[in-house]
Ligand binder design. Structure first.
Ligand code: TGC
Ligand code: FAD
Length: 385
């Protein structure tokens, strides 16, 4: 049995998809994995990785037009899987750039906004962030307090956004704010007077990823800064569906990396005179991990087929995120026990994945929110109203 692919899902892939997967896996192995423990310890994300990920064609890879690759759903998913097998922060960088910021500009932006931003963002020359969450509006973003007021000179934005990936690194922030006619999206350049950022440095999860607070204090913007196609909560929520799809795949990668580490460790660690892999309790853990990797991979592949057919519904993405984030976390926890005390260190990737997966369970809609979205789809009754 191939521990990286227990059900042989690789047989479902085209040659192009396999080549892309190999390329991303190779970049993660050669460029990222040797540096990740140190970066995680110091709380850093190397700025030069943006252009490297751009050169690999991964930023906005699933988007079409404006010179973007227009990759299929499986290829997009495999890239997320391989990146997150390295670190969830890597996949997040690509998700925020491509599935949130670029997706918002591609789908809701004007021709001028698309022409200005999409090329440099695909190349990793310009960084974007997606600012929806606020100190008092997390799971319920519709309760946002950031206000956009229109006057003769354009728009004035006031408010605060929190937990924003790449907030301080971004050349352009996609900021969601409440206007008189409902929620609107704005492209706020980093040098806009009145915009300040501060990094959130005391995280114990997602340490190799930049997370920031944004304060908008009387930020003046011209009419051209509005995303003309975005009106109401449907627009930001549709971006979330796109990024959540990437998480469904990415979590398979994190789980696979933990299984791989547990297998290698169990095969070489000797206690009571034999490798711990020979103990029945260890084998039960490994078998459960392999089953989780295989079934979450199958689920991701099914969602990809639905997405390519244009039939993927948001509640199916919620079901995928619900299952695969929980499943990956369970794999990481079990793998951690197999590694004993060594599993607690940065010498092995497992504790890093375990800590990251606590974020993955929480962001892009918490576990509970996705359960309620699926519950609403199953029963026809909304727990939110
Ligand atoms: P409601 O306000 O009633 O509906 C608004 C409109 O939006 C539509 N809609 C969606 N459309 C596309 N995709 C989705 N997932 C959608 N969910 C809702 C809905 O049909 C309606 O359309 P219309 O035309 O009738 O106006 O909202 P709701 O009751 O459907 O949703 C409530 C709830 C709780 C599910 C929603 O607010 C929610 O998803 N909350 C979670 C917030 C969240 O996920 N935040 C994430 C912030 S970004 C982030 O975490 C980035 S992390 C970095 C990384 O990704 O790596
Ligand atoms: P809350 O909404 O306060 O939830 C707290 C608890 O209450 C959770 O368990 C939740 O499930 C539960 N709860 C809430 N409502 C209900 C309910 N109706 N029924 C049952 N239980 C409920 N946001 C962005 O906009 N952009 C980003 O780039 C971004 N990046 C992030 C990066 C990191 C590292 C992290 C940790 C977060 C990031 N977020 C980002 C924010 C993230 O989306 C929010 O943390 C998430 O939506 C949850 O909001 P909250 O943390 O305020 O929790």
């Amino acid at each position: 049995m191939d521990p990286l692919d227990p059900l042989g899902l690789g047989e479902e892939l085209s040659t192009e998809e396999r080549l892309l997967q190999e390329a991303v896996r190779g970049w993660v192995r050669d460029r990222a994995l040797p540096r990740l423990p140190g970066l995680y310890e110091r709380g850093e994300f190397p700025p030069e990785w943006a252009r490297e990920l751009g050169a690999l064609g991964l930023l906005g890879m699933q988007l079409e037009g404006y010179g973007l690759p227009g990759a299929g759903a499986v290829a997009h998913g495999l890239a997320c899987l391989e990146l997150e097998a390295g670190d969830s922060g890597l996949r997040s960088f690509v998700s925020v750039q491509g599935s949130l910021a670029m997706y918002a500009i591609r789908h809701y932006g004007s021709e001028e906004q698309r022409a200005r931003w999409l090329g440099p963002m695909a190349a990793g020359e310009a960084i974007g962030c997606f600012a929806l969450t606020e100190p008092d509006a997390g799971s319920d973003p519709a309760a946002m307090r950031t206000r956009a007021v229109r006057d003769a000179g354009g728009w004035r934005l006031d408010g605060a956004k929190m937990w924003i990936t790449n907030g301080s690194r971004a050349d352009v922030a996609v900021v969601w704010a409440r206007a008189d006619d409902g929620v609107r999206g704005f492209l706020v350049p980093a040098d806009a007077p009145g915009l300040t950022t501060a990094d959130m440095t005391r995280k114990l999860s997602f340490r190799a990823s930049i997370t920031s607070e944004l304060v908008l204090d009387g930020v003046r913007l011209p009419d051209e800064a509005v995303l003309p196609g975005a009106s109401g909560m449907r627009a930001p929520l549709s971006c979330l569906t796109e990024a959540r799809y990437g998480i469904v795949w990415g979590t398979v990668g994190a789980a696979r990396a933990c299984l791989e580490a547990a297998l290698a460790y169990a095969g070489s660690r000797v206690q009571f005179g034999r490798p711990i892999a020979g103990f029945q309790l260890t084998q039960a853990k490994l078998a459960d991990m392999a089953a989780a990797v295989a079934t979450s991979g199958l689920l991701a592949l099914r969602l990809a087929r639905l997405k390519d057919a244009g039939r993927l519904r948001p509640e199916q993405v919620s079901l995928g995120k619900l299952n695969n984030a929980r499943s990956a976390l369970a794999v990481a926890r079990a793998a951690r026990t197999v590694l004993g005390a060594n599993g607690l260190t940065l010498e092995y990737p497992v504790m890093r994945h375990l800590a990251n997966l606590e974020t993955v369970l929480t962001y892009e809609g918490t576990h509970e929110i996705h359960a309620l979205v699926v519950g609403r789809a199953l029963t026809g009754l909304s727990a939110f109203d």
